[in-house]
Design a protein around this ligand. Sequence first.
Ligand SMILES: Cc1cc2nc3c(=O)[nH]c(=O)nc-3n(C[C@H](O)[C@H](O)[C@H](O)COP(=O)(O)OP(=O)(O)OC[C@H]3O[C@@H](n4cnc5c(N)ncnc54)[C@H](O)[C@@H]3O)c2cc1C
Length: 382
Amino acid sequence: MGSCALAELARRGVRALGIDRFDPPHDRGSSHGGSRVIRLSYFEHPDYVPLLRRSYECFDRMSHDAGTTLRFETGLLVGGAAGNTAAAGMLRSAQLHDLEVTALDGAEVMRRFPQFAMPRDGDAVFERRGGFVRPEATIAAALEAAARDGARIERSSPVLSWGSDASGAWVETARGRFEASSLVLCGGAWMREILGADAPALQPTRETMVWIDDESDPAWQVGTHSNRMPVWLFDRGSEPAVYGIPRWPGMGSPTGLKVGLHGRGPAIELDSSGGSVDAVIDSEVVAQTLATVAHWLPSARARRVDAARHCLYTMSADSEFVLGLHPHLPRVAVACGFSGHGFKFAPVIGEVLADLAVSGNTALPIAFLAPTRQGAGWMGRG
Ligand SMILES: Cc1cc2nc3c(=O)[nH]c(=O)nc-3n(C[C@H](O)[C@H](O)[C@H](O)COP(=O)(O)OP(=O)(O)OC[C@H]3O[C@@H](n4cnc5c(N)ncnc54)[C@H](O)[C@@H]3O)c2cc1C
């Protein structure tokens, strides 16, 4: 979010400084692992759709400027038991926003994509424009564009303290004090620590990404034909949803089918070095992930796990983003609580943050994400 905000500010000719405690793109926070699902028909909340439309445009512009493909349109399959909320939410979003999706029952899914096993009477939705984006490549592209347009970047430099008054804001790092007319705070899993007591309710969790060997099986590689695999997610009701992003040509390491259990946890306390990403991988979580994948993709049963990595979610109280001006400091914009579904929005969040930093408001429709909404649980001086 910070890299995209910096790129957008610099693109507008604003004198901007980006500060990160590590050396982005890095693997200490929430934005690594090679790929992130992107889709338009949003089951979480239909109000995200206009932001997603803009995000698609921004990813494509960034791809063009960087001379690389950041967004892949591979098709996306979302399914589950009859009446599952993910498929129903996608259909609702699609109806409200006139999006192209195809409703399928389980039998039709298995005819089109014989790799998968679904209840025959289950509900699924296929969205042709779904796919994935590349987080590290997006961050690198944003930072390169920011530097090209004159932004300054302070790497490996934790913000130690910050503040704001009616005339501006300041930040202190071990390298000195920086002053500006406004400040954007988007510290991912560290936002609770950065904001202190005057903050929304935020809970970091440590999630596990698993790469399964695909043995070059075409049915496990990306594509929308019946002998290929779209990006997929299966809703499991009260259990964490399971998702997969297949291998694509040019994928870096680790390679193979990337899978995970959305929001499996556990909740963690971060130490200031970010060390909790380094915790030893829990083999039980890996085994549970593989077994869950094999339930929906039976050929996974015989496959080998090639790699597993941790990555952090930052859950807000209601799982929606917390985005807007700080409720008590009008020269400070905050972006946090991305709750495991934020990366697909990164470039449009960058635009929102640039708007807020420059003018204190934005024409982009973010009212439903306001830090002051009840669901964000903002605590502190009222
Ligand atoms: C396993 C996994 C799967 C996911 N899948 C998807 C998906 O399919 N689709 C999707 O859209 N989203 C997905 N997400 C969520 C998405 O990746 C995150 O919402 C997004 O990356 C959050 O970005 P961020 O900028 O808030 O956090 P980060 O990228 O972690 O950035 C925060 C930055 O703040 C810096 N920082 C922190 N404290 C300080 C300080 N004191 N001083 C200076 N710098 C500081 C950190 O170093 C870091 O670089 C997934 C996340 C995970 C972990």
